[in-house]
Write a protein of this length. Structure first.
Length: 424
């Protein structure tokens, strides 16, 4: 897929479509606490699931794509917490830094002989300093670094989760905080392996590497500005206290408003924990991939490490479950239906069976036309006897149903006799 298309789909269309539907459905969702609970748990679990999968991906764009799924989990989590305005702000904030990351990744890929495997990159900070700067800005905004755009929505979502003072809120807060640390780890893993570590690609690719043209540099620069300043400027408009910017567009029941608790009643450590975990995750990634790279290698040198790596790299083996138990079974069922039902029962009873029956009936009737006068006299005699029997049937069999049949057949027989050529 072309990188601009990835940026458009992941940053705008893919994320916005489902979230916008949920946002506009807020009057329905607010009156179903069970639905909100399910949405909260689903969003928090999705964010954690995608973050763990992103830890071990090696495709440059796939890491950013899993980051999109993780942020989508945050947005859904915010909707489950009844914070629709915060969810919408995170959609908008996410569009800026995710488009920035995808376009930056595209600039790296196209400048480095279309190489997407981060294990075959490295040391590009000297060749692509501007692209490195913009991707670093996008990553820091994704991490919810204080006072960058992502901080004003992502960090607030996590605080609002704890501010619910409920099981689902605590669950969302814990998973959201852990996900923040994991996000920081795989984001700086990407930065380290692509830009900071020793060169791992072919020499010719480095000789041909250069900054992209102005058609890409200008959007990168603008998106970087938005990723830095948009949240600071517009946060009060979207999620500020008593802001009526959205008016009646979104409905929140008064009992579900927890912004005041999130802002003023949470302990300081609760507010700082996501940021501290993000700082720890980023620092750990830089340390492991620069100071102690053998530690990562040693983790997968044993059977347990390889199993965990396969499990996370294979997206919790969901694809295998889909292929073996859903897609294959569906194909087998479709094959059986095609062979037994479509091309079997339906065709034999329907088109083939009907045409074959009519053809055989016509052939059998045509055999009655023998050209022998004695045969025709037998037909006439049998017909006459049948007609007489039907006429006198009420005398022989006392039943009312045969009366109507008898009259109908008499009329048909009389019509045939009148219209027969012998009487013309």
């Amino acid at each position: 897929m072309p990188t601009p298309v990835s940026a458009l789909i992941h940053a705008a269309t893919l994320v916005t479509a489902g979230l916008y539907l949920l946002l506009r459905s807020s009057p329905l969702l607010e009156y179903s606490s069970t639905t909100l609970l399910i949405i909260t748990l689903t969003g928090a679990t999705t964010a954690f699931f995608a973050a763990t999968c992103g830890l071990v991906q090696n495709d440059l764009k796939r890491i950013i794509a899993f980051s999109t799924i993780s942020q989508l989990g945050y947005m859904v989590m915010a909707i489950g917490l009844s914070q629709y305005n915060v969810a919408l702000m995170h959609v908008i904030n996410h569009a800026f830094f995710k488009a920035l990351l995808f376009l930056g990744a595209g600039a790296v890929i196209h400048s480095f002989s279309d190489q997407q495997d981060i294990r075959r990159l490295g040391g590009l900070i000297r060749f692509l300093p501007f692209t490195y700067t913009t991707m670093l800005v996008g990553s820091l905004s994704l991490l919810a670094t204080p006072w960058l755009t992502g901080f004003y929505s992502k960090d607030l979502i996590i605080e609002l989760a704890y501010g619910q003072y409920s099981f689902s809120g605590t669950y969302a807060y814990i998973l959201g905080s852990i996900t923040a640390g994991l996000t920081a780890f795989y984001s700086f893993r990407l930065i380290s392996l692509v830009f900071l570590t020793v060169p791992n690609g072919p020499k010719q690719a480095y000789l041909n590497t250069h900054e992209t043209n102005n058609k890409v540099i200008i959007p990168l620069f603008l998106l970087a500005l938005f990723s830095i300043f948009f949240g600071f400027i517009f946060s009060d408009l979207f999620v500020g206290m008593a802001s009526d910017f959205f008016s009646n567009a979104m409905f929140i029941k008064p009992n579900n408003i927890s912004l005041i608790e999130a802002e003023f009643s949470l302990p300081l450590i609760i507010k700082l924990l996501p940021a501290l975990l993000s700082l720890f995750g980023a620092s750990l990634a830089i340390f492991l991939y620069h100071k102690s790279p053998t530690f990562i290698i040693d983790l997968t040198n044993n059977l347990i490490g390889q199993k965990f790596y396969t499990f996370f790299n294979g997206k919790y083996l969901f694809d295998i479950i889909y292929n073996n138990y859903i897609i294959n079974k569906g194909l087998e069922l479709g094959y059986i239906i095609s062979k037994v039902l479509d091309r079997g029962i339906i065709e034999m009873v329907g088109p083939n069976g009907l045409s074959q029956t009519l053809t055989n009936t016509g052939k059998n009737i045509s055999k009655l036309d023998t050209g022998v006068i004695t045969t025709y006299s037998i037909y006439i005699t049998l017909s006459l006897l049948s007609l007489i029997f039907l006429i006198f049937a009420p005398i022989l069999i006392d039943t009312s149903l045969l009366n109507e049949i008898r009259l109908f057949i008499i009329y048909i027989a009389a019509l045939i006799i009148v219209l027969s050529p012998s009487n013309s």
